[in-house]
Design a protein around this ligand. Sequence first.
Ligand code: NAP
Length: 244
Amino acid sequence: MKKIAFITGATRGIGKQIAITLAEAGYDIAINYRKENEELKNTKQEIEQTGAKCLSLQGDVSNYDDCERIAKQIIEEYEKIDVLVNNAGIIKDTLLMRMKKEDFEDVINVNLVGTFNMTKNVIPYMMKNRRGRIINISSVVGVSGNAGQANYAASKAGIIGFTKSLAKEVGSRNILVNSIAPGFIETAMTDVLKEEIKEEIAKTIPLKRMGKAQDVANVVKFLASEESSYITGQVIHVDGGMLM
Ligand code: NAP
């Protein structure tokens, strides 16, 4: 029986690359998206071209009822979930002096509460199977902090605390929970930065380049695999040495 991987926010960027990489590794895939668009169609097609099944499920991870429904839909189709990747995330960057209450709440609600919502609704099925892998996408700034990202850094630091606590709770059930802290990765999220700023940041990275979504997807594949079966509660930095 094929293993099932479910990735949130997987229409583009890192989530899309994770879905394709796990499909190539032999998993059947479920992806979550917020808005139906061309990107979603392309992603689904690329996943299916690998020979994997792809179930796509609309829903906002910050909405608990959406997450409950999505988890049930995956079980109806596949009967189990082996791997959950909490990837969906947003930014609303600005200095705290200018940050509106909604800017703070929205980012926490999608990134941190969304991770809770999806995990809470998926984990009972993993508990039943006495097997599971949960991989939460945090960020280097969840460890280091970053001016202009108090909301985002708080959400990503929260994900790390959540990951470690849950790893302690469910280790005895053979459910491994880890987090990845990407550095500066080429996606739509970082595309908003001016070319000069990107070049300046790249100079500060020991590997002298931005990361690629594939760099993150490779580590997800490892954390989902049997090769990582003695690793839990960890934060793996995929940042070209940006933070050490
Ligand atoms: P991206 O290109 O902006 O993609 C984000 C994805 O999340 C999109 O598919 C988006 O779907 C989805 N999403 C957003 N809000 C959602 C919600 N409420 N419910 C469901 N899906 C939602 O971002 P990315 O760069 O690939 O980032 C992926 C993850 O890596 C995020 O958690 C991000 O914080 C983290 N990360 C990224 C970097 C980086 O440098 N890029 C660095 C560190 C960490 P829609 O199109 O429908 O909005």
